[in-house]
Design a protein around this ligand. Structure first.
Ligand SMILES: [Zn+2]
Length: 165
């Protein structure tokens, strides 16, 4: 069922909710409609796709677990050295573990088997293999949810609210 992006009063995205919950917030006057998809559920009540809370709420930072699945998602399931997309992706320690590299968001990237083997226990500069994107910690777990929706081609109207998320 249709999902709704919830913005804080400051226009920062803070949550994704169901359209039913979004409508309750609108009816109670706790939120205002920012975007809708034109489909009408009740008379003069278009189905919201983005709503904004009237009052600012503090959102605690939610830690994102450092898992294989989450790293693959951050890297769009593509090798960060050659851009390969497909099966058999591995995780590569940018600074190899044998040389003190840690398990962190900044030190683990998605790599295809070929690149991983080729790089071996060298750093990217020693191996003359350049990272396409410097690996970083995602800002929030919301980022993961929102990018999944955007990649699926749904909710293109969310795009302008999530720049830099
Ligand atoms: Zn590769």
């Amino acid at each position: 069922m249709a999902k709704v992006l919830v913005l804080n009063a400051s226009y920062e995205p803070i949550n994704i909710t169901s359209w039913r919950r979004a409508i309750v917030l609108l009816i109670k006057g706790k939120a205002e409609q920012v975007e809708h998809n034109g489909k009408v559920i009740y008379a003069e009540f278009p189905l919201p796709t983005v709503i904004r809370l009237r009052h600012y709420v503090r959102v605690p930072y939610k830690e994102i677990p450092l898992t294989r699945r989450n790293i693959l998602h951050r890297d769009s399931h593509s090798c960060q050295y050659c851009g390969y997309i497909g099966e058999d992706l591995t995780l590569d320690h940018v600074l190899p573990r044998s040389r003190g590299g840690m398990d962190t968001w900044e030190n683990i990237v998605t790599a295809c088997v070929r690149c991983n083997v080729k790089k071996g226990s060298r750093t990217p500069s020693e191996a003359h293999m350049h990272l396409r994107h410097p690996p970083r910690k995602p800002y929030s777990s919301l980022y993961f949810e929102v990018t999944k929706h955007l990649k699926s081609g749904l909710h293109d109207e969310w795009q302008k609210y999530v720049i830099g998320l």
